[in-house]
Design a protein around this ligand. Sequence first.
Ligand SMILES: C[S@@+](CC[C@H](N)C(=O)[O-])C[C@H]1O[C@@H](n2cnc3c(N)ncnc32)[C@H](O)[C@@H]1O
Length: 255
Amino acid sequence: MANKHLENGVIKSKPKSWSKTEVEALLEQKKNGLSFFEISKLLIRTEESCKRKFYKNQKKVDKYNNSHRELKYNHNKHFIQQIDAKTILDAYSGGVSWYKINTNLEVVDNDIKIDGADYKLSAEDFLYKFKDKKIDIVDLDPFGSAFECFDLALQIAQKGLIITFGEIVSRRFNRMDFVEYRYGIKTIEDFTTKKLSAYIESRGLIFRKKMIPIIKAEMTNISRIYYKIDHFDYGNSGCKYFPKIEKPNLFNQGI
Ligand SMILES: C[S@@+](CC[C@H](N)C(=O)[O-])C[C@H]1O[C@@H](n2cnc3c(N)ncnc32)[C@H](O)[C@@H]1O
């Protein structure tokens, strides 16, 4: 492929192309806090080349995130139309919640890092404050996993629950350690959005809530599921949803 900088005399030789492993190492080491100079020594490249590659990649990520964001907000709108909700807790709001600006819902928002929300707590501590309240919708939209918030959210949410599963990204790196113990996922084939969702659906029964996924958005590194909540009151066993186990009649068997 032609290189514009080479043709225009900006650079003297064609740059060595980057392999996938090198790009991954660059991103990983940047995340670990290494400087471009330190990374350039590890990858045997110039500091300038590492910087250029990193920021080019960043642009791609931003573009990708923006398209994700648009899709997410569209789904949010459709979900709210389908759920007759008045109140929402936005536990990972990213500053002032999108719901505050774009809906008529009564919103309480929270973000541990970004200013502008009502609370600046960990999502778990934020939800704990509302554990005895009934709120129509809870939105869990972390970058990674919101696992530690699931039970509180299931307890609080009355009409809808929205969960972004950032866990999905580790499927790309064949990493099962994280999901194996939490979700009982043992093979990479088993590592699906459906399986993650099955955990929420079964966990919901403990709170006497039937979690019905009505919108599923599966993207490259995340999945986001919008659950409508049906309540049932059939005792603690949730017998409407579990098959009834017939007890053997020991007397009839002559025992
Ligand atoms: C994917 S962004 C949220 C985007 C936002 N919901 C939106 O639609 O624009 C995740 C947010 O969670 C925040 N965050 C990260 N860890 C958190 C935690 N443990 N508790 C609460 N917020 C957290 C980050 O600061 C970030 O703003």
